[in-house]
Design a protein around this ligand. Structure first.
Ligand code: MN
Length: 323
C-alpha cells in the first residue's frame, strides 16, 4: 500500500536513521514510486524528519497524560516512603533497591523508569552510581534516585536521608542548602518563564551557601563568574519528563532558552557533592545530597506531582527507620 500512498505526494514524513532495515524499506518504496515516472506519477520531492513535530507534541501533556503521571508519582512516593522506613545501619544498598522495586510493582507500575540509584556515604558523590552493593553505615547519608514507569509514563524522585535516622550538623547544613535551592528553583517554574530560570535560581542559592559554609571563597559574583560552584554542583537542575525519563523536546529555540508552557513536565533536582579535597573543610567530605521532584507547569505557576514525598528534615527524621 505504501508506494500507492506515496504517489503524487509532495513530501514523506518519517524518522530517518531510527532503524536501518526500516530505512531500506522506505527507500525501496520510494524507488517503486520513482519507477512509475513515465506513467506520470511523481515521487515525494522532500523527506521530512518527523521527530521535531512529534517531540513538540510530547512536550505538552493533556489531562489524561497528567493523570497517568500523577499515578506514577504516587507509586514512586510510596516506594520512597517504604525505603525510608526500612533503612537501618548495617543493611546493604541492594536491600533498599529491593524495597523500591517491590513497591513499584505492588502499586501496579509495570517497570522502573530507570534503574534505581541507592548510594550510601561517599557513593552519593558518584553521579551515576549503579553498583548498589555497599553496606550502609551509621552516620552516613543515603541518596536514593528512583522512579517507576506507569502505563508508559515515567516518574523521577530523589531523596537523601540519614542511614541512622538523624542528620549530623554538617549533613544538615548541606541538606538545608540544597532544599533551599530546590525551593528557589521551583518558585521559578511558571508559564512564560524561561527554561534556565529555575537552574539559575538554584545555582545562585547554592553559590551563596557554599560561600557561607566555607566551601567556596570570594564574593558571590566571583564564584558565579569563575563557576567555582561547579566543584560541588556540576549538573543541570532538570530535564523534560514524560514517556521517557529524560524525555524528548528542545530546550532552546533558535539558540535561546525556550519559555515554559502549561502542560509541560520537568524535574527540579539540585544537589551538592563534596569529594575529599584538602581545600575543603573536612566535616563536609563525602557528603552527597540531591533532592528531586517532578513539576507540572500550570497557567499560574506549577504543581509538584511528587509533593507528598517527605523532604523536610523533621519529616525525614520522623520516618527513617520507623519500620
Ligand atoms: Mn532526574
Amino acid at each position: 500500500m505504501i508506494p500507492k500512498l506515496l504517489a503524487d505526494q509532495p513530501s514523506l514524513h518519517y524518522m530517518p536513521g531510527a532503524d536501518a532495515a526500516w530505512d531500506a524499506r522506505i527507500m525501496s518504496w520510494l524507488n517503486q514510486v520513482r519507477a512509475q515516472s513515465r506513467a506520470g506519477v511523481t515521487a515525494p520531492a522532500q523527506i521530512q524528519d518527523l521527530r521535531l513535530a512529534l517531540d513538540e507534541m510530547r512536550l505538552s501533556k493533556d489531562d489524561a497524560e497528567i493523570a497517568t503521571m500523577r499515578r506514577a508519582a504516587a507509586i514512586s512516593d510510596s516506594a520512597h516512603r517504604r525505603a525510608m522506613r526500612a533503612t537501618r545501619p548495617g543493611m546493604h544498598e541492594y536491600e533498599i533497591e529491593a524495597e523500591l522495586l517491590y513497591e513499584f510493582r505492588r502499586g501496579g507500575a509495570q517497570y522502573p523508569a530507570y534503574w534505581p540509584i541507592v548510594a550510601g556515604g561517599a557513593n552519593a558523590c558518584v553521579l551515576h552510581y549503579r553498583d548498589n552493593n555497599a553496606p550502609m553505615r551509621q552516620g552516613e547519608l543515603l541518596l536514593v534516585d528512583a522512579g517507576c514507569e506507569m502505563d508508559g509514563y515515567a516518574s523521577d524522585i530523589t531523596r537523601t536521608w540519614p542511614v541512622g535516622g538523624k542528620f549530623s550538623a554538617p549533613q544538615r547544613a548541606i541538606y538545608e542548602l540544597v532544599l533551599a535551592a530546590q525551593a528557589a528553583a521551583i518558585s521559578k517554574v511558571c508559564a512564560g518563564n524561561l527554561w534556565n530560570e529555575p537552574h539559575d535560581a538554584a545555582v545562585e542559592t547554592l553559590a551563596r551557601g557554599f560561600i557561607d559554609l566555607g566551601l567556596c571563597k570570594g564574593t558571590l559574583s566571583e564564584v558565579m563568574e569563575k563557576e567555582d560552584y561547579k566543584r560541588f554542583y556540576m549538573h543541570r537542575t532538570g530535564h523534560w519528563l514524560g514517556l521517557d525519563v529524560h524525555d524528548v523536546g528542545e530546550y532552546k529555540n533558535a539558540g535561546a532558552w525556550r519559555a515554559l508552557r502549561p502542560g509541560m513536565v520537568l524535574t527540579v533536582e539540585p544537589g551538592c557533592y563534596v569529594r575529599p579535597d584538602e581545600g575543603v573543610p573536612r566535616e563536609f567530605w563525602n557528603i552527597g545530597v540531591r533532592i528531586e521532584d517532578d513539576v507540572l507547569v500550570t497557567e499560574t505557576g506549577c504543581s509538584v506531582l511528587t509533593q507528598a514525598t517527605p523532604k523536610t528534615v523533621a519529616d525525614i527524621e520522623a520516618l527513617v527507620g520507623s519500620a
